[in-house]
Design a protein around this ligand. Sequence first.
Ligand code: WTA
Length: 575
Amino acid sequence: MEIVDKTGTCNLDYNRVCKNGFCFDEVKKDFDWYYTGQVNIAHETIDRHANSWRKNKIALYWEGPDNEHEKYTFMELKTLTDKFANVLKMAGVKKGDRVFTYLPRIPELYISAISIAKVGAIFAPLFGGFRAEAVRDRMNDSGAKVVITTPEMKKIGIEEIQSEVPSLEKIILADVPESYKFNDNELSFDAEMTYAPEECNMEWCSLEDPVIMHYTSGTTGKSKGVVHVHNAMIGHYITTKWVQDLRDDDVYWCTADPGWVTGTSYGIFGPWLTGASQVVCSGRFSPDAWYSAIDKYKVTVWYTAPTALRMLMKAGDEVIKNYSLRSLRYITSVGEPLNPEVIRWGMKVYGHPIHENYWMTETGSNMIANFYGLPLKIGSMGKPFPGIEAAVVDDSGKVLPPGVPGNLVIKPGWPSMMRSIWNNPEKYREYFRIPGWYVTGDSAFVDNDGYFWFTGRVDDVIKTSGERVGPFEVESALLEHPAVAEAGVIGKPDPLYGNIIKAFISLKSGYEGSEELKREISGFVKTKLAAHAFPREIEFKAGLPKTRSGKIMRRVLKAQELGQPLGDLATLDDE
Ligand code: WTA
């Protein structure tokens, strides 16, 4: 089924701008640095608008978990981020330092992101769902100097590991209750802001200086730090304009948390680079809370994810009747495949199709999309964004004919491509294992019209509720439980979550596999590693399939689980 969406006025001419790099060069003129030579993503995101007719425009509508709400103009955000940049400087932060945020979606998170960039440091946002071990590993890998958090989050994620992160010099605490007693290495966000000077000297950078680092998961090893540079703003900006179709009179809501790349590229930088007003809701997901946010702020453009949409669909059409939702003009989705029936349902209840797009932490911005102006093909990820060259190739790099699935690859060199994996050049090189291409790790096929269709992951990376989880990290956490001898973790398809995490465990002698033990082990991972990366399903097994060198064969576990052929078992250890 093909739908031509005619809701907008953007006149993107795909064929005109399709030549590699063309549109990226064209939009450079929209940035101040093109004329001044002075580069900083924070300037283009906030200060540029504060110096323009947009200065009194609302940049941020914030909706708290208990109906609190606040709003900030571009001018107010400029002042606040100038002040907090000064606080960071006083805390010793210098160009290139890694500054983490471990915060709920409160205004301080957004102020921190911009301020960190203003001092030339690297903004490393941690998802609030992470717990102590995950926090420790990420901070240590990057040598975190400062973390901005709240007393509540500090207690669940930082306190017990603080002494194991030697590089950490200061903790800046937001949202502090009056009774709180500060330690020597702690500063109060609010108190420091009262005294901080309003004048801030922006640290001008080069387009290639790092500014954002997201930790994300692969198949092997612990989470890796994906480094993005100021130049990424070109990708954030142009795709927000053309994929999200954002215009000046829009009110935009990206539901993602900045702990994930969608929440920074399209929940901080992209929309503000275009000068749009954006909504941030910090509460938990509920259909009522979400729909009332759309009505309250008259959201026009909404960027969300398949699991959320499936949950909304499951909540039924009745709940929608309590809301108008008439402000909605354009809806987009990312993170995992979007079921065609969800798009059809969306057309019925929201009156608009949902435009799916595809990208990943490493690519920094949308790569393939049902972008504005392109006839939407339900079930497909869309076409490569103008300036992006994508292909489906076999392992030797040969381009495959339409309809044949293979490795989804992208020609390197787009502006928002990651520039390194922190401290790990080897891991970075692995992305370029097929000569001439950036290898996504996904498989796909192209149809006769040039649309790309997702077929799966090539590796063992798990997508659960759209969140990316590395099996190795979960297995490592499982092995720390006293009862666990061996663990293998896979993603098991699930109608609501896309996948759930399933763990196969062999127990140490003396332990009985019981339902109670399953619950205990799940809870153990939840509190140690992450609230979102725990196994929802556990199966005890006498032994796990391994290679002769002792590596657990997740592929075999998965095939057994799904009742699929086991494939090549030449390396399987018979015992
Ligand atoms: C998956 C999220 C199917 C894919 C922005 C990719 C998708 C991974 C889609 C990146 C889509 C993203 N259809 N799968 N439209 N979009 N993915 O780094 O496996 O958290 O490699 O970035 O999500 O996840 P990440």
